[in-house]
Design a protein around this ligand. Sequence first.
Ligand code: NAD
Length: 260
Amino acid sequence: MSKARTAIITGSTSGIGLAIARALAAEGCKVVLNSFTDGDDDRGLANSIAKEFGTEAAYIRADMASGRECRALVEDAARRFGSVDILVNNAGIQHVAPVEDFPPEKWDAILAINLSSAFHTTAAAIPHMKRESRGRIVNIASAHGLRASPFKSAYVAAKHGVVGFTKTVALELAEEHITCNAVCPGYVLTSLVEAQIPDQMKAHGMDRETVIRQVMLAKQPTREFATVEQIAATVVFLCSDAAAQITGTTLSVDGGWTAE
Ligand code: NAD
């Protein structure tokens, strides 16, 4: 990568987002970490990344459920680091229930955090990217942006929305040297997935390994989780010069899930 770029990664204090922040820092980017909490641990994480990779890093608290805070995150990052060159919309939550029992407040939260946040951050980042005449927007969608599963109505709706939003933004920015793509991971063993294992063990009367292989990875032909590092490396690629003509598309990292 050329001169130091500033990257904002939403929802980046754990899991895939943290791995993306680390990988972009390793490439020399200044990174902005984000979550909705405001603890010493959060700031400590940014400090340790700055030290480990010899770059600048900041933690900015913003709740991705709030459009106003999404936009403030981008403006705050631009003020601190002078530009916004890479935006990774990663924050996401999950809730699993049949449609008729799905709590409306969970539906609203999932749509806000997993979909609308990307609209607000992207809208705020575009003027900064246009000013530099360069930019990379990467949305972390999901295999559930391309395929459905029962009991995940809000998540599937939001992730399909992210894929549609990605294509639209790509078309609007096609002549601005700004690309917009979505990465679609299959199952990655993070806290979001880990939290589902005990319920699945109970529901199926299975031990942990059997649940992982026969229930969770049933749709993933490789029968292996993707790793956070593999997702992060895919984002780094999409942010590279080699990917300048890749825009408005999805890149699946799903062990073959969506080939079926
Ligand atoms: P995770 O729970 O480890 O990370 C989610 C991150 O989002 C956390 O850092 C959390 O603090 C943050 N977050 C949650 N609510 C927020 C809010 N209101 N405001 C700001 N930040 C908030 O989960 P993960 O698996 O790393 O998920 C990251 C992204 O990858 C999500 O969009 C998820 O849908 C997507 N994804 C995950 C998998 C998987 O198998 N783990 C598969 C496909 C897609």
